[in-house]
Design a protein around this ligand. Structure first.
Ligand SMILES: [Zn+2]
Ligand SMILES: [Zn+2]
Length: 824
């Protein structure tokens, strides 16, 4: 007998035992997925253990698995301890953590199908007296079609609990309820191919005979013969020769060709390209490389923090180190922030390492991602790069992990449990795989610098720019004062406009940052003060001028621009707050000749669009890039000599202990885009509070000054890195239900351990999102007494289990966010 333990991606921290039917003995392996009955459903779970002994006596209670999904494991059994750590540290189930390894969309689940037929329905429908019931509605639907998914019937009738009605109808013999497995959303892609299977002389010899009756077949043969591989995808081939399937079939019957399905790989191609530059490593770069190399050679865990100013050549350091790892026959994982950094980084890696590179981020299609995953699992790619989810790619034989721009907020997963931080998790992975890990940034996170200063990480530095470039000069422009003096033109200071004009005339590049998208961030009634809010969320609607409508950036609700105030009916509406569209619009007014491109999530939705934009900007076909934080990240264009920040305060208003850190990083990073060659760069930051100490640190490029001040304030208020923090959150359409569950958790935690500080539950700052009310509770321990956060996590999980067992809040999920990045 053989038994396996399955972990399901469900919010229950438990694994389940199943038996393996004999015909599947050879297929089961740790790391593969299996489909198994779970309650009333069929679910896909991860095999985490195989045993020959059943865990308990009563074998009748053990169900059998239905099938094994994968040919090869989707995660390396060696990585299982890492996923167990991830689940435990970030307070999720093991199955939810393992779901991160899933090559997306390939899981199968059971679905309910409802069947009936026309004759049966006609017999019963005439007996129905009340035509307003959902039962009658179901019958009407079956007059049109014989089969529905349960989900379809729920949607079509608008009755969620329609299954109860259907069960009664099944007893009466009106419908039949069946179970079936859904097909996976993504599978390996195959394409139909045709190939010559006879030697060329035999093919030519056969031609005269064929030519008389089917000249089209001859065209096909000649075309195939002209290919080096003597094969072609049938679709393309038939198009070229305007042939038909029957001609191909005819050739197959004659034994001259073979038609078959071939697996084709979907490969992500970066649209941005770049020439390989020749260069000489600087002394500082060599020193950094020499510090890391010994640990690559020994393959030993060692965390490094590389603090290098913008333009100091961090990427080249990574590339040199990657070469060393590849020479040893090992692999490298290189994490980069989401979106804008990837085109340039990918292009550089591909130039250096060709086909060995696999790219994984959100602009890669599910199919491409699936195939990349498979290539990595097969050991074909030794340089794996991508956004945070690349951390879970099945990379073999890991010799180095690099985390570029380690401070970037996109490394924190904030949507679903486990809400992990990819940088922190990567350090843990490196520790378990016993390899060095290098974290690079021009503006290291407070946490990482603190770790470096305490000796947990080794600090490496690149204090100078490469290529003879110097750091740009930064000026602050006080917009309040300028307005008084009449020196403002709408959102621009006149001095900034003059500078833009000079740079464009010289053919140099300009980058402008406004970290809000849309046109106006608020629609405001002058009569009654009402701000147009989203119907589903407690946030203001943003006006978009291109589409002339208002949008909610949280739930994507779109409405036409209102003609009058929704509260008092006044037509006196005003637009407030500046978004990227407005800056673009005004720029076009002042510089009608300039070529302007906006870069934000509204404009780069299309795949490959960002890469194309960057190509054009590099080649001088675009003069000004205007965008959100996307233009601040990692872009390296020597022709950029001017960077303008429209309003420095755009991200400071957040009631969040990281708001200042984020703003400092954003402004320093965007400034760093200027002057990356011998032509000196210049940065203009518009602000209404030029005395803000934060801006002074940016102005003086004083990272350590900023770090020391922020660290002090965090120590004083007991925030990370001095405290362990966890945010518990509930949401529901019923506000009462959501808050009650948290209140019970609060009471339990308070009872269990008084040294864990729990703030009473409150409504979240964004109190309503997507029509659900949100409640939050902040839980804290002092690192002095709880260095590894074990007291914090233990108390949480004990209290959580008590609340769950009470069964009072069965339909409310309490989600935990360990070391949260956003507490709104
Ligand atoms: Zn009004
Ligand atoms: Zn909304």
């Amino acid at each position: 007998m053989r038994f396996i333990q399955l972990a399901f991606p469900l919010p229950m921290d438990q694994e389940f035992t199943y038996s393996v039917p004999q015909n599947l003995y050879d297929e089961v392996a740790i790391g593969k997925r299996a489909v198994a009955p779970f309650g009333q459903r069929m679910l896909t779970g991860f095999i985490v253990e195989i045993t020959s002994e059943p865990p308990f006596e009563d074998l009748s209670k053990i169900k059998r698995i239905i099938k094994v999904l994968d040919e090869n494991p989707v995660f390396d059994p060696e990585r299982l301890p890492f996923f167990r750590w991830l689940a435990s540290f970030y307070i999720s189930s093991l199955g939810e953590a393992l779901k991160l390894t899933d090559p997306y969309g390939t899981a199968v689940q059971s679905q309910k199908f409802i069947y009936s037929d026309h004759a049966t329905i006609e017999k019963f429908i005439s007996l129905e007296k009340n035509q307003k019931t959902s039962r009658y509605r179901v019958m009407q639907l079956f007059l049109q079609k014989d089969r529905y998914l349960l989900k379809q019937l729920q949607n079509l009738t608008g009755v969620k609990s329609i299954l109860n009605t259907l069960k009664k109808m099944e007893q009466e013999g009106i419908v039949t309820i069946g179970e079936g497995l859904s097909s996976p959303r993504v599978r390996s892609k195959t394409e139909r191919f045709v190939k010559l299977i006879k030697p060329l002389d035999e093919v030519y010899a056969a031609i005269p005979e064929i030519e008389r009756r089917s000249p089209k077949q001859v065209t096909i043969l000649l075309k195939l013969a002209s290919f080096k591989t003597k094969e072609a995808p049938t679709g393309k081939l038939l198009k070229v020769v305007s042939g038909s399937d029957s001609s191909l079939k005819g050739l197959q019957d004659k034994g001259l060709v073979e038609i078959y399905d071939k697996n084709v790989e979907r490969l992500y191609r970066e649209t941005y390209t770049e020439e390989l530059k020749s260069f000489q490593l600087t002394e500082a770069q060599v020193k950094v490389i020499d510090s890391v190399s010994p640990y690559i050679k020994k393959r030993e865990f060692k965390p490094f923090l590389l603090h290098g100013v913008t333009g100091s050549g961090k990427t080249q350091v990574y590339i040199e180190l990657i070469k060393q790892v590849l020479k040893k026959g090992e692999s490298v994982l290189l994490l980069v922030p989401e979106i804008s950094l990837t085109p340039q980084m990918t292009a550089r890696l591909t130039k250096n390492f060709g086909d060995k590179v696999a790219v994984i981020h959100s602009r890669v299609s599910p199919g491409e991602r699936h195939d990349a995953w498979m290539r990595i699992a097969a050991g074909k790619c030794s340089v794996v790069t991508g956004a945070r989810s690349a951390l879970f790619a099945p990379v073999k034989n890991l010799g180095l992990i690099v985390i570029d721009e380690e401070h970037d907020a996109s490394y924190k997963q904030e949507e679903i449990p486990p809400k992990y931080h990819a940088r922190d998790a990567a350090v843990m992975l490196a520790k378990q795989m016993n390899c060095p890990v290098l974290m690079g940034s021009a503006t290291p996170s407070i946490e990482s610098m603190f770790n470096a200063q305490k000796g947990k990480y080794t600090l490496l530095q690149l204090p100078e720019r490469v290529d003879g470039a110097t750091l740009p000069t930064i000026t602050l422009v006080n917009t309040t004062e300028m307005k008084k003096k009449g020196e403002m033109e709408n959102v621009f200071a006149k001095s900034l406009l003059t500078k833009i004009d000079e740079r464009i005339k010289k053919g140099e590049g300009v980058i402008l940052l406004q970290n809000r998208r849309g046109f106006a961030t608020q629609v405001y009634c002058v009569e009654c003060g009402q701000i147009e809010k989203c119907d589903n969320c407690s946030v203001g609607m943003v006006y978009h001028i291109k589409s002339n409508n208002i949008k909610c950036h949280y739930c994507n609700l779109v409405k036409p621009m209102p003609l009058a105030c929704s509260r008092c009916g006044s037509k006196h509406l005003k637009l407030f707050g500046t978004g990227t569209e407005r800056v673009e619009d005004e720029l076009a007014f002042y510089f009608p000749e300039a070529r302007i491109q906006r870069v934000d999530s509204d404009t780069i939705g299309e795949k490959g669009k960002l890469g194309e934009t960057l190509n054009k900007f590099r080649d001088g076909e675009i003069d000004i890039l205007i965008g959100t934080q996307m233009v601040a990240k990692g872009l390296d264009f020597p022709r950029v000599t001017l960077v303008g920040v429209i309003s420095a305060e755009a991200s400071l208003w957040m009631p969040d202990f990281r708001a200042e850190e984020r703003t400092f990083q954003l402004l320093t990073q965007v400034s760093g885009r200027a002057g990356r060659s011998v032509v000196p760069g210049e940065v203009v930051i518009q602000t209404f509070d030029s005395n803000n100490p934060l801006l002074q640190f940016v102005l003086n490029n004083d990272y350590l000054g900023f770090y020391n001040r922020d660290l002090q304030s965090r120590q004083f208020r007991l925030y990370p890195p001095f405290a362990n923090l966890c945010l518990a959150e509930t949401r529901d359409k019923d506000a009462r239900k959501a808050s009650d569950a948290l209140i019970d958790l609060y009471k339990e935690m308070f009872r269990l351990n008084r040294s864990v500080a729990v703030l009473p539950p409150t409504t979240a700052v964004l109190a309503k999102l997507k029509n659900e009310f949100r409640f939050q509770m902040l839980i804290k321990t002092d690192k002095k007494f709880d260095p590894a956060a074990s007291a914090l996590r233990e108390t949480i999980s004990k209290a959580y289990n008590i609340v769950k067992k009470s069964g009072k809040h069965r339909d409310i999920r309490i989600v935990f966010d360990m070391n949260p990045y956003s507490i709104v």
